[in-house]
Write a protein that binds this ligand. Structure first.
Ligand code: ADP
Ligand code: MG
Length: 263
């Protein structure tokens, strides 16, 4: 069995990409899955949110993309949470320019992950808030994209660019890539707008929309400053439990159920 590789992407910033990567990783790990986070954002938020000091890194995903180190030489365990991290920091912003002169520049991450894919059940890739070469490396490496989004007025319009990019990626480099799911984050069930946007989403994307919604929850915003997933920081928080539910929904979708007869 080789890892399911999921890129968490949306070119909008502040929609919950990093929060989703860290908390989904911790929830999957708690449910017995082996998980690796790949931080592809030079801001290094997923790295810091996993309790790893980005300013103290001697090796990072930058060195992997430039083929200076193998993934196994760079991976670190999260401080708590039971998952691994391929960490990032500011250095990564230089990689975009430096990769321009390199061969197979959009397939660097895909090629590098092949060596560790057998060691994990899930690899979750955190993307920067743009559709650049780093994001593209994530989309080329992945089998599916998980799109976190906030149910606001222009939410659907914002998805058009991403859907168009995915179409191009599919045609040019990665025919297998598909939308694995749309995740409504910072959700306010009482707001009419949330309900309206949810209906539009269901119309356009059908059952690609996860049933699980992530509520707006202060514990999810506080946990990263402690370098912890919310599940460890305050396991009963509504936000933490929503990601536990998301992990269950995701594994039910992606993992074929084995019947007792087969065991
Ligand atoms: P992105 O990675 O897409 O830029 P983040 O995950 O960093 O987005 O989230 C943006 C901000 O919102 C962060 O400060 C984060 O802690 C906060 N946040 C994310 N999800 C929630 C939520 N469900 N409830 C409350 N705050 C959230
Ligand atoms: Mg982020």
């Amino acid at each position: 069995m080789t890892a399911r590789i999921i890129a968490v992407a949306n070119q909008k910033g502040g929609v919950g990409k990093t929060t989703t990567v860290v908390n989904l990783a911790a929830s999957l790990a708690e449910q017995g899955r082996r998980v690796l986070i790949v931080d592809l954002d030079p801001q290094g938020n997923a790295t810091m949110g996993s309790g790893i000091d980005k300013s103290a890194l001697s090796r990072s995903v930058y060195h992997v993309l430039l083929a200076e180190h193998e993934v196994a030489e760079v991976v670190q365990p999260a401080k708590q949470g039971g998952y691994d991290v391929l960490p990032a920091n500011r250095d990564l912003s230089a990689a975009e320019v430096e990769l321009m002169q390199e061969l197979a520049r959009e397939a660097r991450l895909k090629n590098a992950l092949e060596q560790v894919a057998a060691n994990y059940d899930y690899i979750l890739i955190d993307s920067p808030p743009s559709l650049n070469l780093l994001t593209l490396n994530g989309l080329v490496a992945a089998q599916g994209v998980l799109i976190p989004m906030v149910c606001e007025y222009y939410a659907l319009e914002g998805l058009t660019d991403l859907v168009n990019t995915l179409r191009k990626v599919r045609l040019a480099v990665n025919p297998k890539i598909e939308i694995m799911g749309l995740l409504r984050t910072m959700f306010d069930a009482r707001s009419n707008l949330s309900q309206q946007v949810s209906e539009q989403l269901a119309r356009h994307f059908g059952d690609k929309v996860f049933d699980t919604v992530i509520p707006r929850n202060i514990r999810l915003a506080e946990a990263p400053s402690h370098g912890l997933p919310a599940l460890i920081y305050d396991r009963n928080a509504r936000g933490a439990q929503a990601y536990v539910a998301l992990a269950a929904e995701l594994t039910a979708r992606l993992e074929p159920q084995t019947t007792t007869a087969e065991q």
